[in-house]
Design a protein around this ligand. Structure first.
Ligand code: NBP
Length: 482
């Protein structure tokens, strides 16, 4: 018989999603491009190994691939984001019929997805841009899925996608319709931005424990492990505590042997750029992107570390050190809450700008399992977003505004100590600056407006006059007149 769904691209993600789909009772057609001069036939070797004796239909050409599918056809693309997706779309569209569904499960930029949905709509092909999170294991055992695009496709995709997705703590699938156009890929992009920030916050805690508290790596691992059994319970803390316990062949912590120069594939950068373009503050995520960038200038850092040295500080006594471990835990909770607040605020802003009607509480729900940023904290976040659906900011909700009152003093303590010791905490500092800006009725922007008016006659509004009335002062001669 014909395949229920096709997977194009048997890389890390494609092969695991294909195995997941097959395990859930679907007959899966497979295709991978063949590159001239490249010996290995990916489809055949997959069918001889992981795919052996399973319900797969291997194909050797795009024509055979599309021909092997039951109409209306459902095709999941798991190829590298960018040009490859457009090439594959151009290759497949002449073979598809009106009503067929094309799903892009890669990390495509949401703007590309908007364009592709529109283009394929003209050919009556339903294009779905789907965020997939959870890495290799997620794809195999249950990812978090964020589909968006042509809503007509959702009816027939829903049972399949919800079948293979992870489940939330209430047993519901971590897969929901996000919205039209690029909404799915946009939400996945913000997920990755939050992932960057959360990783950076955790890394700053590790750095603080190592540099300020001078704790052995293994002990730091134990601290993360204990945090992970509390309110901070999350996938990223779980893997961090595991990482810190791994030793190399000399019995020394492997993590200390890793070059401190972080890579990135670009989704964090896209998140920051999009936020700048839309005029939404995203300081924690952006500081995490810049932190990776700073780390990559290893040579410059070595040079300047010799030139500039470090501030001299007294070591802490052991009582103080253990108090700081507790403070760090609270600082990390505050960091995580405010990072989520900034992420959800961005989703809300862009959703309104684009008319995507994204349900924030549903986004929090599908992030509760399967994905990289899954954490216990998303449960109350979801409840708060659901209860105060019209709240424009998570920090306005009763639960989180109250919660932060207790956490922020500890974050201030940690961040200011780190600053005195010269240990960089860009994410924590930005969390704090963001919090302080949001809770400040008065900011010094009045002076900025005066400066703008001085050199550019940009005008200003007055606190003692209605909004919308604009004033200009001849600042250079102002005093002469009085
Ligand atoms: P891989 O690098 O493992 O696989 C990439 C696939 O794209 C291969 O099948 C490759 O074919 C195919 N491909 C490329 Br590259 N260029 C192509 C072209 N011009 N035409 C047709 N096929 C082409 O990547 P992956 O980790 O499976 O990621 C796939 C997508 O999923 C990416 O967008 C990625 O960002 C996203 N994603 C990855 C993860 C993760 O944890 N890895 C998580 C979530 C999302 P070949 O075999 O001939 O080279």
């Amino acid at each position: 018989g014909k395949g229920n769904i096709g997977v194009y691209g048997l890389g890390v993600m494609g092969r695991n999603l294909a195995l997941n789909l097959e395990e859930h009772g679907y007959r899966v057609s497979l295709y991978n491009r063949t590159v001239p001069g490249k010996e290995e036939d990916i489809v055949s070797s997959f069918l001889e190994e992981e795919g052996k004796n399973k319900d797969f239909v291997g194909t050797e050409s795009p024509e055979a691939f599309i021909g092997s599918l039951k109409p209306p056809r459902k095709v999941l693309l798991m190829v590298k984001a960018g040009d490859a997706v457009d090439k594959v779309i151009d290759q497949l569209t002449p073979l598809l019929s009106p009503g067929d569904i094309l799903i892009d499960g890669g990390n495509s930029h949401f703007k590309d997805t908007v364009r592709r949905v529109q283009k394929l709509q003209e050919m009556e092909i339903h294009f779905v841009g789907m965020g997939v999170s959870g890495g290799e294991t997620g794809a195999r055992r249950g990812p978090s899925l964020m589909p968006g695009g042509s809503k007509t496709a959702w009816k027939s995709l829903k049972p399949i996608l919800q079948n293979i997705a992870a489940t939330d703590p209430e047993g519901k699938p971590c897969c929901t319709w996000i919205g039209t156009e690029g909404a799915g890929h946009f939400v996945k992009m913000v997920h990755n931005g939050i992932e960057y920030a959360d990783m950076q916050l955790i890394a700053e805690c590790y750095h603080f424990m190592r540099e300020v508290l001078e704790m052995p790596i293994r002990e730091i691992g134990t601290v993360f492990e204990s945090w992970n059994s509390g309110e901070l319970n999350s996938y990223l803390l779980e893997i961090t505590s595991k990482i810190l316990k791994v030793t190399d062949d000399k019995g020394e912590p492997l993590v200390e042997k890793i070059l401190d120069s972080a890579g990135q594939k670009g989704t964090g950068l896209w998140t920051s750029v999009s936020a700048l373009e839309s005029g939404t503050p995203l300081p924690t995520i952006t500081s995490a992107v810049f932190s990776r960038v700073f780390s990559s200038f290893k040579g410059l850092r070595i040079n300047l570390s010799q030139k500039l040295g470090e501030p001299s500080q007294q070591p802490l006594d052991s009582g103080e050190a253990s108090r700081f471990v507790t403070a760090l835990e609270k600082a990390l909770i505050a960091g995580r809450v405010i990072t989520l607040a900034e992420g959800f605020f961005f989703i809300k802003q862009l959703s309104e700008e684009k008319n995507w009607n994204i349900d924030l509480a549903e986004v929090a729900r599908v992030w509760q399992n399967g994905c990289i940023i899954r954490s216990e904290l998303l449960i109350p976040v979801r409840k708060a977003l659901q209860a105060e659906i019209n709240s424009s900011h998570l920090l306005k909700t009763e639960l989180f505004s109250m919660k932060l009152l207790d956490l922020i003093p500890e974050l201030r303590n940690v961040a200011s100590t780190a600053i005195q010791y010269g240990v960089p905490v860009p994410a924590m500092s930005n969390v704090l600056a963001q919090y302080d800006m949001l809770r400040s009725e008065k900011l010094p922007a009045n002076l900025i407006q005066a400066q703008r008016d001085f050199f550019g006659a940009h005008t200003y509004e007055r606190v003692d006059r209605p909004r919308g009335e604009y004033f200009h002062t001849d600042w250079s001669n102002a005093n002469d007149k009085t």
